[in-house]
Design a protein around this ligand. Sequence first.
Ligand code: GTP
Length: 305
Amino acid sequence: MSAFRSGFACFVGRPNAGKSTLTNALVGEKVAITSSRPQTTRHAVRGIVHREDAQLVLVDTPGLHKPRTLLGERLNAVVMTTLGEVDVVGFCLPADERIGQGDTWIAGELAKVRRTPKVAIVTKTDKVPRERVAEQLLAVMRLGEATGIEWADVVPVSAVADEQVGLLTDLLTRLLPEGPAYYPEGELTDEPEMVMVAELVREAALEGVRDELPHSIAVVVEEMAYREDRPEDRPLIDIAATLFVERPSQKAIVIGTKGARLRDVGTRARQQIEALFGAPVYLDLRVKVAKDWQRDPRQLARLGF
Ligand SMILES: Nc1nc2c(ncn2[C@@H]2O[C@H](COP(=O)(O)OP(=O)(O)OP(=O)(O)O)[C@@H](O)[C@H]2O)c(=O)[nH]1
C-alpha cells in the first residue's frame, strides 16, 4: 500500500477562469463558510478532498491581479507567499478564451515561485470542440516555455460536464508530500456551528479596534459541548475558544486594562452565541500569541482558515 499523502493546493487564474466551479467539483459539495468573507481571512479553506489515500486541502487567495495600486501590490505579496507555501498550484485557463495578457502576467508571477509544482488546467472543455481544446493545450505548453515554467502536468477538464475531474484529483494528490490528514473527515463541512462561533468571537474581539488589529486575529474553538448532568429543559453549552494574535502588543489590546476589554468581548460574543443556539452559554476565552501564523498554511489550517 502506498503512503498517505496530504497537503495544500490553490487555484489561480484570471477572473471567470472557472476556479470556484472546479473547486466545488473536486470537493463534491460546497464549502462556503469562510469563502464568503474574503476580508476576514487570507487563506480561506475552500474545500477538502477526502480520499482513502490522500487529503487535499484547497485554499483560496485574495486573487492574483495585475498590481495597480499599493493595495494590489500588497495583496499580490500575500498571494505570492501563499503560492510559495502550498504544495501545488493549479493554473486555470479557460478553453473558450484565447490566452491573453492577463494569463501571461500570471504565468510570469508563477514562474518566480520556483519550488511549488504547477499544473496547468484547461477548464470548460465542454464549451468548445475537441480541436480547440488541443490548440489550447499547445498554447499552454508554449506559454510555459515562454515564461520558463515547467508544468508538472497539463490537463483539460470540464467541471460542469464532470470530465477529467477525477484525473485532476489524482494528479494533484500525487504531487503532495507524504503526511497525515490535517482534518478529520467531515470537519468544516459538518461543523458550521463551530465556524460561526469562531466568527462571532472574532467579530466581538475586533469591534472598536479594527484599525489596530487588521487581519491579525484568528479564533479557534477548542471545545464545544452540552454540559452533562443538566436537566433537559435547562441546557448549558460550554465553549472554550482561543484568540490568536500575532504580537504581544496585540494581545494587550485584546485583553485591555486588567482584562476589562476581554471580559466585554466575552460578554458580547456570548450574547450572540446564545442567540444563535437559543441556550445559555459558558464561554471560556483565552488569548495567545501565534507568531507569523499568517505565513504558515499548516498553522492556518489548524486554526480553521
Ligand atoms: N460550460 C462550463 N462553464 C463553466 C465551467 N466552469 C466554470 N464555468 C462557468 O464559468 C463562469 C466562471 O466560473 P467561476 O468558477 O465562477 O470562475 P472563477 O475563476 O472562480 O471566477 P472569479 O471568482 O471571478 O475569479 C461561471 O459562469 C461558471 O458557470 C465548465 O467546466 N463548463
